[in-house]
Design a protein around this ligand. Structure first.
Ligand SMILES: Cc1cc2nc3c(=O)[nH]c(=O)nc-3n(C[C@H](O)[C@H](O)[C@H](O)COP(=O)(O)OP(=O)(O)OC[C@H]3O[C@@H](n4cnc5c(N)ncnc54)[C@H](O)[C@@H]3O)c2cc1C
Length: 427
């Protein structure tokens, strides 16, 4: 380096670089900037602020309280609280009086954009395709180095998965839920055509609702589980989403921890309470017009494969008892997401520790162990659900996770994490 701001090669230097500017890294950057004079830069491939924008159908709601914003849980006096966004953008009274149980997702997207706009170094339209190490991390895009940093935080989120058996079909007929909005115009020439929605989670129900709202009259909704579960939002279930439980999980052996986390899945990985009632009522409304339900639910169906046949798709399902086949003109695939690939170069990839399934091995402070780290840390957010708990993949404890990372990165208590008065003794 030749001075504090640039390397000898003219690369801007930062204390920390974050890949991705989703809620995870925005929360980290917000707390970073308010607690140190060091610099953090984020790089995101999106052309501008965005959060699952392709799934922003009108009326969709958050699954998380607005109090669980980017900062409040550890610093409620921070400038970037959701409350400050509401007041300064003039929406406070309108939102309050609309009496939402949970806010619209679009409102959260606007809040994120507002917050990102107040951070110093959030760079959009940059796909990071290589990360190397040369006395610090070097971030590259399109064959060019962009920045140098002491520490690296991976906040790259996830990408939709198409199961092998559902791949290779005509793309105008079989596509992921993210593409539904773009396909609707073409599909709407025949709203009586049968449409299959594969995947019994929140993305599946939202796709089903979207199709119903657009006037489609023959929608088959397939879910693998025995029933279309809604999130367990009971008080005790919510106690899983607090720092006391994160700590308790780390007292368990890895095998027990994994089992406990899997069994806690219904507290988070399920349908938003109320969504099913909205679907049932909308389905009933159309029943009154058509004398039949436009949406049929197919629980306990594992859609294992599909093939093109005479302009249709034929879906093969496995139930606990038998094989079934269904014909559809279109298939919307909402079968989950997997961690976005991390573009470490070969040298760095050889040096990081990974799990048996090739994922980064993430410690309770969200750091990744790697050979030759020499004071340079890599942190990985939203990649270790089965080791660190369900909160790692959702928004419920974003600022707590960011505070844990910053406390570890700076080797001191930058933020106090308070969680007292828990009525549950987790053991
Ligand atoms: C539709 C939907 C709704 C959800 N709603 C909720 C909810 O209400 N409550 C809740 O708790 N959880 C919710 N979740 C789950 C989870 O909270 C979100 O997935 C959340 O976005 C995770 O934040 P993140 O920052 O880790 O990842 P993301 O929001 O996915 O952000 C990752 C960012 O990294 C960027 N990126 C990836 N690779 C690169 C690269 N190579 N170079 C540059 N940029 C890159 C992406 O463009 C993206 O902007 C939802 C998930 C989905 C899919």
């Amino acid at each position: 380096m030749i001075d504090e701001g640039y390397t000898a090669a003219g690369l801007p230097c930062y204390h920390t670089v974050g890949i991705g500017a989703g809620p995870a890294n925005l929360s980290l950057a917000a707390l970073f900037e308010s607690s140190t004079t060091e610099k953090i830069a984020l790089f995101d491939r999106q052309p501008g602020p965005a959060w699952h924008n392709k799934l922003l159908h009108s009326g969709v709601r958050m699954q998380t309280s607005w109090l669980k914003d980017l900062v409040s849980l550890v610093d409620p006096r921070h400038e970037l609280t959701f409350l400050n966004y509401l007041v300064t953008s003039g929406r406070m009274y309108a939102l309050l009086n609309a009496q939402f149980d949970v806010i619209p997702r679009l409102e959260y997207v606007r809040y994120l954009a507002w917050a990102a706009g107040k951070l110093q170094h959030v760079n959009y339209g940059v796909t990071v395709d290589r990360i190397s190490f040369d006395d610090g991390f070097v971030v590259h895009s399109g064959g060019r180095p962009l920045a140098h940093a002491e520490h690296l935080v991976l906040g790259m989120g996830s990408a939709p998965v198409i199961p092998d058996g559902l791949s290779g079909l005509p793309p105008e007929q079989a596509f992921i839920a993210d593409d539904l909005a773009d396909r609707l115009d073409a599909m709407s020439v025949d709203r009586q055509a049968p449409v299959a929605v594969v995947g019994g989670g929140q993305t599946g129900i939202e796709a089903t609702m979207k199709l119903l709202g657009q006037g489609f009259t023959d929608i088959m909704w397939f879910g693998r589980r025995p029933w279309f579960d809604t999130i367990d939002d009971s008080p005790a279930a919510n106690d899983v989403y607090r720092p006391a439980h994160l700590e308790a999980l780390q007292r368990l052996s890895p095998a027990t921890r994994r089992e406990v986390i899997e069994r806690l899945n219904p507290t988070g990985d399920a349908l938003t309470p109320g969504a099913m009632r909205i679907l049932y009522q909308a389905n009933y409304d159309v029943l009154l017009e058509l004398d039949r339900f436009p949406v049929t639910l197919y629980p306990a169906r594992d859609v294992t494969s599909a093939r093109a046949d005479g302009g249709d798709l034929v879906l093969t399902c496995q139930t606990p008892e038998k094989h079934e086949e269904y014909r559809a003109r279109y298939m919307v695939i909402a079968t989950g997401r997997r961690n976005a690939p991390v573009p470490l170069d070969d040298d760095l990839r050889d040096r990081v520790e990974t799990t048996d399934d090739g994922e980064l091995l993430v410690e309770p402070d969200y750091s990744v162990r790697w050979k030759g780290m020499n004071g340079h840390h890599i942190y990985a957010l939203n990649r270790a659900r089965l080791n660190l708990g369900l909160t790692d993949t959702n928004l419920t404890l974003l600022p707590v996770r960011a505070a844990i990372v910053l406390n570890s990165m700076f080797g001191q208590e930058m933020f106090k994490i308070c969680d007292e008065l828990c009525p549950v003794n987790w053991g």
